[in-house]
Every structure is written in C-alpha cells, then in structure tokens.
Write a protein that binds this ligand. Structure first.
Ligand SMILES: Cc1cc2nc3c(=O)[nH]c(=O)nc-3n(C[C@H](O)[C@H](O)[C@H](O)COP(=O)(O)OP(=O)(O)OC[C@H]3O[C@@H](n4cnc5c(N)ncnc54)[C@H](O)[C@@H]3O)c2cc1C
Length: 563
C-alpha cells in the first residue's frame, strides 16, 4: 500500500466536466477549441506534469518550507525547476486569451486542470492562481501601457503577481486599509504602508513580481469607497523598488507557499483603472481566486477520501476472535464515513464546475437577460462553492484521519498534511462568515435574489424529471426559498446568514447529486444517491436554526460574562 495521495482520476474528472450543467451552451458560445477530445488531452497532459514534477516536490515543500535569505524569499529545493517545467509547458496561460499567447480555455477547464495539479501540491498552485487572476484584472482595468508591458509576460508565466489587500488592522474589513498612495508628480504614485499575509509576496520563481495593491489616496473618503488599485512592481527600471520583506510567516500548513509581511517605503506604483474604484475593480481578480479556493478544498477532500478508502481496504482489525482480523472497510461505521466523504466530494465537484461554467456564461451569453441571469447565478453559487468546498477539504481530511486512526495522525501518511493545508481555505479570500454575509446582503438583498431564483429554476427543472431523491430535493429547495425570504426581511438576519449559506450548499449539492444519479457511471450514480439519502434531514436542521432568529443570541452575554 502506497502512503502517498494517489493521482487524480482523470477519467472521472473528464466525465464530470462533460456533465457540467451549462457546458453545452458554453461550447456553442466559445466555438471550437474546448471540444471533449481537446479537454481530455489537456487533462491528461496536466496529470503527466503533476505526477512528474509536483507529486515529488510536495513533501519537500511541506518539510522545508521557504526561507528568508538576505531579505529575499527562497522556495524549497526543486520548486524553481518544477515552476520552469510548468511555465515551459504553457500552463500559466491556459485560461488566457489566445491573442496574448494563452490557450483560451474556459474556467471550467481551468478548474479541472487545477484540481489535477493541486492534487499533487496545493502550495504550488497558489502562485499560478494569483498570476492568472492578476492578468484578468489588468486586461479589464489597466491602461494600454500597463497591458502591453505586463499581459504577455504574465500569460507566459515569465513574471508573477500577487493580490495585496490585507493589513494588520484591515482583514475582512478592507475599508480600514491605511496604506497610502501619493502622486509622485510625474504621472506615477508612491506607496507607503504595511501589508500582511501576502501569498508569494516574494520568491525566486520569476525575475519580476507585480503587486496588485489596494491603497488610500490622500483626499479619499473613509471606507472602501476611498480605495484605489495600484500595480507595484518589485523591480522598476532594473532597480529594486522600495519594498521590504519584513517577515515570512510560520504556518500550520501550505509550507511551500511563502506568506509575507511586507513594507512599502515610498514604492513606485501605477494606478490601475479609476481612482476610488479600487475595491470594485479588484473583484475581477477576487472572483476567479475564490473559485480556485473552492477547487483547493475539492482536491484536498478528493485526495484524502481516496487515501482513506485504500487504507481501509488493507488495514485489518476486529471480527471474530478465533478468525483472522477483517479489513476495517467491512465495519459499518467505516463504510458510513467513507460513503459520506466520497459522495460529498463528487457532489462538490459538480457544484464547483457549475459555478465555473456560469461565471463564463455571465460574460459570454449573447442575450442580455440570459447574461444577467447567468452572472447572478454565478454570484449566488460562488460564495456557496467557496465556503462549502473549503469546509469539505478540512472536514473530509479530518474524517480521513479518523478512518486511518493513529496512522492518520502521524506524518507517515499524507492526511495530516491535508488537514493542515486545508484549514486556511475557509479563511483566505474571505472567511466563511464574510461569504455568508455576502450571500445575504449582496446576493439576496441588493441583487433582490436574482441568482437564487435562477438557481431554483434550474434545480426544479431537474427535480421535475423525478428519480431517487428528487422529492427530497424539491422539499429542500422549498426550505431554501422560504428561509431566504424570511432572512432577507429580518433586520436580525445576520445571525442566520451562515445557516442560510449551509442550506444553500445542501440545495446546490443535492441538485448536483441528483444529476450524478443519472450518469451512466455506477460509482458516480451511487455517490449521488448516497448524498441524497439524508439531505432533507440536514437541510431541516439549518432551516430550524434560521427560524430560531437572532433572539437566542441574548444568551451570549450571559455566556461570556456570567459566573
Ligand atoms: C496563508 C494565508 C495567505 C493569505 N494570502 C493573502 C494574500 O495573498 N493577499 C491578501 O491580501 N491577504 C491574504 N491573506 C489574508 C486573508 O485574506 C485574511 O486573513 C482574511 O481576509 C481574514 O482577515 P483576518 O485574518 O484579519 O480576520 P478578521 O477579519 O479579523 O476575522 C476574524 C473573524 O471575525 C469574523 N468577522 C470579521 N468581520 C466580521 C463581520 N463584519 N461580521 C461577522 N464576522 C466578522 C471573520 O469571519 C473571522 O471569523 C492570507 C492569509 C493567510 C492565513
């Protein structure tokens, strides 16, 4: 029995991509290039590179981490070479426009490839995700000079990029950012301030890194509306910009991904887009990054579930005392855990791929109403997929440790790393609590539930086709609709926002599971059926908690201060 995470199952992922809701329409819109054979070949190529370069690198990255030498970050042994192989094969530009040298594949293909790469090393995947999202941001909002200089080099992977938002006093609350941007009198800007927790804030993979940074201009209003977006290169005219790496964080997991505290000491910078529009513009970068966090959660969960099943088939404990011990996979409690894990993984994969397809349809649909509906649906699914897939990564990793028992807790087996690596997914790119508020305030109230309505239409159309679990799914959709309406109208709705998100996730994965039951693949169909068996019971719990309202939080004061 190998004690490595086995490679991703390309065949099963390809089948799920082909079954992704909305893919047929997306293919009509993008034309040739994303046909099944091409996608399959791309996934197989990703699997080859992932196995050859990233799987052997992963334990080294986890063990060595990164180090700070002479003020610069050095990555683990072999990381630079693996990055070079990844770049030479053209992977950084897979989703970028062909006219810039990219492959022009849709987000759903990027999500599937990212799952295959991240399966070998999530920490490695943090770098290309930032770079691709930065290219999207620059393409959408920067001036022609910045585009001409940066886009071809980001798409080729020659240069790198970061997202640079967080500060000590500005995490979830980006409106509190204090980093200052002042005009330099020559058409550029100078940035002064301290940024925290910047992933790949410095490294030795590329000769130039562009920081996509939020800062406040001198006369700006307080809050998010006063923020502007800047490109701050670490090298300008061949000289190092005034950026200091203050510290490299020591973390629970993702050791191979450097997380930097950074000082900007009057660093030269260029405005991206319009002054005061920084936060709104940055969502062009944040949205695909959140989608890729959902892929991270999915891939860690899928790997941990596979390790757990393989272990359970080999490990022998229990059975009659006068007979040899039985494989633990024969115990109902182990079967319960393995079925929960595997079915959750498969349903979450449909959810993630569906969110990716809708994000592209929200840009590409030709009819304005259809485009707005797809964009609203993508907006509804994104916080759900980001949160639920992130939590799936951690919870399935934890369940895998339970299946392995003591072996799961020690470093001989990879699931303890899965648990460590995945804990942050529900924190960065917006915590679960913040995603839940996004769902309530933005998607339900500000956008008046358009995305939810689009989701209910799709899911009800599938439920109407009947089959095992369809009736239960219909009830869950009903619960979601009534709970959402009640919460949207409730001034104390914040107290139920997280349960609403969980209810939304159960409705979405229930819809996904029903679609799985109809596939001509017995394993995926069984996963779908298992997921639907207790969907209603789980959904009723969240609906009941929402109905309890904010009133019970009065008890919290006594909890925190009482004798
Ligand atoms: C490994 C790692 C990599 C990172 N990479 C980057 C990066 O590349 N770039 C970058 O800019 N940042 C990065 N971050 C920072 C990350 O985005 C923040 O940690 C995250 O946004 C949360 O901010 P915070 O840690 O300050 O938590 P806080 O904002 O202090 O939140 C703490 C808790 O309070 C809750 N909370 C906060 N505000 C509210 C509210 N209004 N209502 C209800 N609950 C609330 C949160 O949900 C959370 O549970 C990274 C962090 C880590 C750990």
């Amino acid at each position: 029995m190998s004690n490595l995470v086995p490679p991703a199952d390309v065949d099963a992922i390809a089948a799920q991509v082909e079954a992704a809701p909305g893919l047929a329409r997306l293919r009509e819109l993008i034309g040739p290039g994303a046909d099944p054979d091409t996608l399959r070949a791309v996934l197989e190529e990703a699997a080859r590179l992932s196995a050859a370069w990233l799987a052997p690198l992963n334990p080294v990255m986890d063990r060595e981490g990164c180090r700070l030498e002479g003020g610069r970050v050095r990555t683990a042994a072999g990381h630079v070479e693996a990055w070079r192989a990844y770049v030479e094969a053209g992977w950084p530009g897979i989703d970028q426009p062909p006219e810039l040298g990219g492959a022009g594949l849709p987000l759903v293909a990027l999500a599937a490839c990212t799952e295959i790469f991240d399966r070998s090393s999530v920490a490695f995947g943090m770098a290309p995700t930032g770079l691709r999202a930065a290219a999207r941001l620059i393409a959408a909002h920067a001036d022609e000079a910045i585009k001409a200089e940066w886009l071809p080099r980001l798409v080729s992977g020659e240069w790198a990029a970061t997202i640079c938002i967080s500060e000590a006093d500005a995490g979830s609350d980006a409106g509190r950012i204090r980093t200052l941007a002042e005009p330099d009198g020559e058409g550029g800007w100078r940035i002064t301030g301290e940024k925290m927790w910047i992933s790949y804030g410095d490294h030795d993979l590329a000769p130039r890194i562009g920081h996509c940074l939020l800062a406040r201009t001198p006369a700006a209003a307080p809050g998010g509306a006063g923020l502007s977006l800047f490109l701050v290169p670490d090298v300008v005219d061949g000289e190092r910009n005034a950026i200091v790496i203050r510290r490299l964080e020591e973390k629970l997991g993702l050791h191979g991904s450097p997380t930097c505290a950074m000082g900007f000491e009057g660093a030269r910078a260029w405005l991206i887009g319009a002054e005061g529009r920084g936060l709104a513009q940055l969502f062009t970068m944040i949205a695909p990054m959140r989608l890729m966090v959902s892929v991270q959660g999915l891939t860690v969960a899928a790997g941990a579930a596979d390790v757990a099943l393989a272990y359970a088939e080999e490990r022998r404990q229990g059975g009659a005392p006068d007979a040899p011990p039985v494989p633990i996979v024969e115990h109902p409690d182990i079967q319960r855990m393995l079925a929960d894990m595997a079915s959750r993984v498969e349903a979450v994969r449909v959810l993630v791929l569906a969110a990716a397809v809708q994000a592209d349809l929200g840009r590409l649909e030709t009819d304005p109403e259809a485009r707005a509906d797809a964009a609203a649906l993508a907006g509804w699914l994104l916080p759900i997929a980001k949160t639920y897939a992130s939590e799936t990564g951690f919870e399935v990793a934890s369940a895998a440790i339970q299946v392995l028992g003591g072996a799961g807790y020690v470093k001989d087996w990879p699931v303890e790393q899965s648990l460590r690596d995945s804990r942050v997914f529900a924190i960065f790119e917006g915590t679960s609590g913040v995603q839940a508020l996004d769902l309530l305030h933005r998607r339900l109230r500000r956008e008046q539930g358009r995305g939810l309505r689009a989701f209910l239409r799709l899911a009800r159309a599938d439920a109407a086709l009947g089959g095992d679990g369809a009736a239960d799914l219909s009830l869950v959709l009903e619960l979601l609709e009534t709970s959402a309406a009640a919460l949207a109208a409730d001034p104390g709705g914040d107290a139920g926002a997280y349960d609403l998100l969980q209810l939304g996730a159960l409705a979405a994965t229930g819809w996904a599971a029903l679609r799985l039951t109809r596939l001509d693949r017995p394993r995926l169909a069984a996963a779908g059926r298992w997921w639907l068996t207790d969907l209603k019971a789980k959904a009723e719990l969240h609906a009941a908690k929402i109905a309890l309202g904010a009133g019970r939080l009065e008890l919290f004061e006594a909890l925190r201060r009482g004798p």
